[in-house]
Each structure stands twice: as structure tokens, then as C-alpha cells.
Design a protein around this ligand. Sequence first.
Ligand code: GRF
Length: 216
Amino acid sequence: MLNLGVLCSGSGTNLQAILDACANQSLDAQVKLVLCNKPGASALERALRAGVPSQVLSHKDIPSREEYDARLVTLLQEYQVDTVVLAGFLRIVTPVLLDAFPDRVINIHPALLPSFPGLDGQQQALNYGVVLTGCTVHLVDAGMDTGPILAQAAVPIFEEDDRETLVQRVLRQEHRLLVEVLRWFAEKRIKITRIDGKRPRIYVQGRPRAFWSNDR
Ligand code: GRF
């Protein structure tokens, strides 16, 4: 059973996908704590409705990133979290958090990395004119959306798309992909090997890591 800490900044639909999968037992996990850097984020209401503890840690009160992450770590450890999910958490994390949860900080990004890292991957994809984008679940490292890729789902872009239609199409895949990857952690299917100077290699036992959708 995974003990999850979910970090959010906004609407929390990925959090909701995790809460639903825990509730219907399709994921062997429990959300121990939802942490939000913005007071009033809908993610907090979702936690409340699911009966899951939540806390707000405003970055405005703690200007140093390291100090902020140290406070995050204290809270996550207090709630016995073993796996941290950044689910729409719009902050760069530091080694203070990463070293406390080695290979156990997971991010969902709304583009096919390494394309379109950073903010608004969907708008970046539209601006570039690609006809295929998607989402990526990856381990977090000290860079911006640079960590080892666990799984990706491809999503087509249609001529009539605007940011909102694309955001929704990608989000539907995010919800599926994030829960699927968490299942792999729960089932201990993920192996990570490191050779000096090379990117870490990920192996997932018995499961495909690439997905695509023709969903409109
Ligand atoms: C998602 O698109 C996620 O990939 C990005 O921020 C968005 C968060 O959405 N990092 P939600 O808060 O889970 O609804």
C-alpha cells in the first residue's frame, strides 16, 4: 500500500483521479496528506470531501525555496508519506525535498517531454503547431521537467482545437496515466538503474509504458 502525499496548486482534477482510484480500490494506496501552496484552491475542497487531511503552506510566507521544502518534508514525514505526487504543483522543488524521498517524487506534465517543458505545455504545443502532444509522468530531479520518464500518453491535436479543448483532452489522459503509474509503484514493478554519467534507465515489469488516444 502506498502512502501518498499529493501537492497541488489549483483545481486538483489529478488529485481527484487518485482519490477516486483509492476509493474504488483500483489503486492500492491512501492519500495521507494534500498540501497546497495556494489558499482557496479547489484541491482543498476535494480533500475535504474525501475525508483526507490537507494543509496550506503558502510560498508567500516562506521566501526561501529550501526553507519551504524543509517545511514540506516535515509535514509529509509527520503524515508518514512514502511517495510524493506533484499534481499540478506550480513550484520548482529543491534537493531538500528530493533527498528526503529518493526516486519517490513523481510529476505529471501536460506535454510529451522533452518537448514543451515549463508552464502551459498545451499552449506551447498549439503555438508550435505540432499535431501530436500528450502527457508525461516522470520522476522529479533538480531540473525543470527533466527527470527520468516513467510513462507517456500521446494525444492528437485537431485544427479546430483551442487551448481549452486541448487542455481537457490532455487532462483525460493525465488522469489515467498518473493512476496507472502509481499502480506500478504500488505493485513494485519499477526498477531504476544508474550508470555514471548517463540518464537513469527505467524498467517497468510486465506493463507497456506508451499510450495513445484518438479521443476528441
Ligand atoms: C495539469 O495539466 C498538470 O499536468 C499540470 O497542471 C495541471 C493541473 O491540473 N502540471 P489539476 O490541478 O490536476 O486539475
